[in-house]
Design a protein around this ligand. Sequence first.
Ligand SMILES: Nc1ncnc2c1ncn2[C@@H]1O[C@H](COP(=O)(O)OP(=O)(O)OP(=O)(O)O)[C@@H](O)[C@H]1O
Ligand SMILES: [Mg+2]
Length: 478
Amino acid sequence: MFSRYKKTGGAKPAASTAGNAAPPEKAKPAVGTPAPSMRKPTAPAKPAPMDKEKKRKERLSEIKVQLHNRLLDSLNLSALETASEADLRAEINAIATEALEEMSIVLNREERNLLNQELYDEVTGLGPFEPLLRDDTVNDILVNGPHQIFVERNGKLELTDITFKDEKHLQRIIDKIVSAVGRRVDESNPYVDARLADGSRFNAMVPPIAVDGSLVSIRKFKKEKLSIDDLVKFGAFTEEMAAYLQAAVATRLNIIVSGGTGSGKTTTLNALSSFIDDSERILTIEDTAELQLQQTHVGRMESRPPNVEGKGAVTQRDCLRNALRMRPDRIIVGETRGEEVIDMLQAMNTGHDGSMTTIHANSARDAVSRLENMIAMAGIEMPIKAVRGQISSAVNLIVQASRLQDGSRRMVSITEITGMEGEVISMQEVFRFQRVGLTPDNKIIGHFTATGVRSHFSERFRLWGYDLPPEIFEPVEG
Ligand SMILES: Nc1ncnc2c1ncn2[C@@H]1O[C@H](COP(=O)(O)OP(=O)(O)OP(=O)(O)O)[C@@H](O)[C@H]1O
Ligand SMILES: [Mg+2]
């Protein structure tokens, strides 16, 4: 009946069913080990005050582990690749039915459906990760060892009740992910970046560097990126700020989006890019391709880490240098974090105005210090004044993204760089988020406001046809 996917040949002789491994090919209850030996004690020995739901889940997970081992043994894995989803589901269902009968286990319909789905995920996909990857409300998946999986929803971390069977199970799934992109992770190579088939960003670190079991972080890929309108609707910034940003992008100011981890930098960069005219040639450079530009003329580049022999790396800097020979109108670098800073600033200073990038920093001032540090780290020996001169003439605008303590993500500041005063880069904040307090359930109360300064770029905006009404620069009373 399921000959197409069942292993043929006698790699695992049917009678050798020692313990709970290697099930018989077409197991009849009479052959091999009697059914009871298949059943691990499903915790009846422990009369702990465990609630029913939890008990049931534990029992299900035990059964699942046994069934999964069984499936791996009896499925012809090479035939799986060509199998249709319906065939495979039918196959898994049949094998599971057979095994459950043999183990004399009766499950209700709901449990059965869940089990079938989990087995299917385990065989074809990424096991326990699958339901979380399917769940659109989840932004991040964070694993601290096999028994602790957190997810981020609406800016808040939550512990899930999903777990891996053990560290081996977790590592098997990690291997499945990284080998699919030609990478490897093991003791000698204990951390790795990869991308899942759906575009999600993946990072794993395995023991012994990860002390309590493998650490995994997944940033889910969103098919529908948040647009400017979405961000305004979510309260990330106001319509007035959006109008200002539109003028800034359209008139080709060089913009840095600054923010902490997961503060919404890439999302903001992506949304800002929607203001770029469709006729322009845009080149994007990222470590992991996340940006989704809507324009017609987009060239995307993704850097590459070295292979296991330490060869073949293509850095963001390599991409950037090459990009300069590819006649870009604008260059967008996903995140500037190292030596590519030099080329980025040079590009911004030499005709590729309107370029954008993000940087990991906590304020506009901090972003500038980070740039200075990166330049120093890249081994460029230049007097600090010259470094600052470079920065101040390259960068026009710093947009600060932040994830606030209530989980909301907001553009907390928009700051213009206006030049140099002596050795100091002068800047002025044009918009900011003014916090005023906290609700009883810890939601932040506050509002966006202009600071009242006149934009350094007003004249430029006007000349380019973006005559912003003066009201948008007027402070809002709290
Ligand atoms: N204003 C917002 N409102 C709601 N969700 C948001 C907002 N901005 C970003 N997000 C969501 O938050 C998550 C993190 O955003 P994003 O990837 O842009 O952050 P990041 O600062 O680039 O992170 P990293 O430092 O990891 O690169 C994404 O899932 C994104 O969809
Ligand atoms: Mg990012």
